[in-house]
Design a protein. Structure first.
Ligand code: NAP
Length: 489
């Protein structure tokens, strides 16, 4: 399928850069997209278009901005299967997961559409007599939005929809690996009636296009999701120009299995959390911490379930795990398997390429046992289907292990004990906590994001996600007939 290129000021344009060819990670003989990338000149044109459109867009009443999102929801609902299929071909996750992602993105559009009726400030009592005091929320300006390949539809939805309803215009750079899925959102918003220039997409190299968007003085608000090295540099550059910035980055999410856990359910949680989307979720379960008393039985069940997983092309409804996204990610995964072996860790499942699964980037779901905080597999994000298992004897030890990494995105515990579950939700150092379910997932109306080196800036999604794109103005109206003004404040 050809790609139309970038979308600037209401028009699809052919980029002036080199032609990029993306293949299906489950079938390397299938070219999914072939398109000319954009260069800095196109990024500058996109920023100029967003700057020019902003005064008009911010003047559109928020409920009307929300209604455009509502129309986008209706259009997107008619395209769920088509977008999900494209997503599977472009990124590799299995069709059921792709469909789930498409629906989640639509929910974000839906939620943000409704926020058009609720965008507002607070009315508060003033210290002064005959004085009205209240706040309003105003859009910040042009938003620069940069997204990763692992959620190529829903991540753009959960950033772009709040920016638009808040009244910001947008310059958006999708990941180079997955521009086709992202472009469906542009098509849908265009069809829903979004005026030209309000949303612009530039497809091209992160270093060139990304840097141009980040460093340009017009992009007053920046939202990034991706890796820590890129995110921390972006945060630094955003800070230099005093932009408002949010960065959501990596994770090393722990799942604790207590001695009173339902082991079958915990195994299913680890399989879904660790190997769903081939482990390529920021919230993926990547560390499993198991109580000594149940470890032997738990690992027996886990290894059996892991080795039974059917790998293959995600379009086949019987496939349970797809490929990893590309050769670079596969190399990273394989290098961590080597690192773990060299550190003396015990390989209890997988560890090799799954060549029989097809002509793609297939890796066996892999588990290492005997991992402790000194090991790189305990501390570093792999972003692939490679799990690290550690052992503990008390709840306190489990929490110390769970919190013993620099990341802090999500975490999970399996237990039947109400007290243990409740204590865990308080003690875990993470932006999200799950009980008796894996560490993955988020919902449009709930804040999403992490602590520690995972996230800086405001939370995404929910009301906070919309408020991020606004700034507060405090207003005082003195309606005293005498003109009296309290000196108190
Ligand atoms: P990445 O390499 O950091 O890329 C993310 C985006 O940044 C891509 O669009 C990339 O463009 C762009 N980029 C690259 N260099 C840039 C630069 N110098 N300036 C500005 N932008 C630049 O991350 P990824 O491999 O796509 O995604 C995987 C990472 O995302 C993992 O670490 C995962 O944990 C994280 N993630 C976090 C969350 C969360 O909410 N916490 C959610 C999903 C994923 P190109 O594609 O053109 O290189």
């Amino acid at each position: 399928m050809p790609h139309q290129g970038s979308y600037i000021n209401g028009k699809w344009i052919t980029g002036s850069g080199k032609v990029q060819r993306n293949v299906n990670p489950a079938d390397l003989s299938e070219v999914v997209a072939e398109f000319p990338t954009a260069q800095i000149a196109e990024a500058l044109a996109a920023i100029a278009a967003a700057e020019a459109a902003w005064p008009m867009w911010k003047a559109v009443p928020a409920p009307e901005r929300g209604r455009i999102l509502a129309r986008a929801v209706a259009i997107a609902r008619t395209r769920i299967d088509e977008i999900a299929t494209l997503l599977t071909r472009e990124e590799g996750k299995i069709l059921a997961e792709a469909k789930g992602e498409v629906i989640k993105g639509i929910n974000c559009l839906d939620f943000c559409g409704g926020q058009g009726y609720r965008l507002g400030g607070k009315v508060l009592p003033s210290e002064a007599v005959d004085t009205a005091a209240y706040t309003i929320r105003q859009p910040i300006g042009v938003a620069g939005i940069i997204t990763p390949w692992n959620f190529p539809w829903s991540n753009p939805c959960w950033k772009i929809a709040p920016a638009l309803v808040a009244g910001c215009s947008v310059v958006f750079k999708p990941a180079s690996a997955t521009p086709l899925t992202a472009s469906c959102l542009i098509e849908i918003l265009e069809e829903a009636g979004l005026p030209a220039g309000v949303l612009n997409m530039v497809v091209g190299s992160g270093a060139e296009i990304g840097d141009t968007i980040v460093n340009h003085p017009a992009t007053k608000v920046l939202s990034f999701t991706g890796s820590n090295p890129v995110g921390s540099r972006l945060y630094e550059n955003g800070a230099k120009k005093l932009a408002k910035v949010t960065c959501e980055m990596g994770g090393k999410n722990a799942l604790i299995v207590m001695d009173d856990a339902d082991l079958e359910r915990a195994v299913q949680g680890v399989i879904g959390g660790g190997f769903g989307s081939s482990g390529q979720r920021c919230t993926a379960t990547s560390r499993v911490l198991v109580h000594t008393d149940v470890k032997a039985r738990f690992l027996e069940l886990l290894v059996a379930a892991t080795t039974a997983l059917k790998l293959g092309n995600g379009l086949d409804p019987t496939t349970q795990m797809g490929p990893v996204v590309d050769q670079d990610q596969l190399n990273t995964d394989l290098s961590y398997i080597e690192i773990a072996k060299n550190e003396g860790l015990k390989l209890i499942a997988g560890g090799s390429l799954a060549t029989s699964a097809g002509n793609g980037y297939f890796l066996e779901p892999t588990i290492f046992d005997g991992v402790n905080p000194s090991h790189r597999l305990f501390q570093e994000e792999v972003f692939g289907p490679v799990l690290a298992v550690s052992e503990f004897s008390t709840y306190e030890e489990a929490i110390e292990l769970a919190n013993g990494v620099a990341f802090g995105l999500s975490s999970s515990i399996y237990t039947k004990g109400l007290v243990t579950a409740q204590r865990f939700t308080q003690d875990t150092h993470s932006g999200m906590a799950h009980v008796n379910e894996p560490s993955i997932g988020g919902e449009a109306q709930l804040p999403f994001g992490g602590v520690g080196i995972t996230g800086v800036g405001d939370r995404e999604m929910g009301e906070d996600g919309v408020n991020f794109y606004t700034q507060i103005k405090t207003i005082f109206i003195n309606y005293s007939l005498s003109g009296e003004r309290s000196m108190f404040r």
